[in-house]
Each structure stands twice: as structure tokens, then as C-alpha cells.
Write a protein that binds this ligand. Structure first.
Ligand SMILES: [Zn+2]
Length: 42
């Protein structure tokens, strides 16, 4: 993968937080566990 993985919301890298690979509407993105609750609760 060419681009460095980082959270699409806060920009944290995998060295700082746990990142989860997710998809929505046919596009893929990385989100960290700190931003995931925000994403879940809208
Ligand atoms: Zn984040």
C-alpha cells in the first residue's frame, strides 16, 4: 500500500493508535478506535 495508513478523522497513525480498516459506500478508509465510537453514534 503506497499511502501511509492513518485515521481519516483525526489523522493518527498506527504507531499511535489501533487502526481499523473500514468501508462505506464502496470506498475504503482507516479509522482509529478513538474515533470509531463517534462514527458509530453518528
Ligand atoms: Zn481517529
Amino acid at each position: 500500500m503506497a499511502e501511509k495508513e492513518k485515521c481519516f478523522m483525526c489523522g493518527s497513525t498506527e504507531e499511535e493508535v489501533v487502526l481499523i480498516y473500514a468501508r462505506k459506500g464502496g470506498s475504503f478508509f482507516w479509522v482509529c478506535v478513538r474515533c470509531l465510537p463517534i462514527l458509530i453514534h453518528g
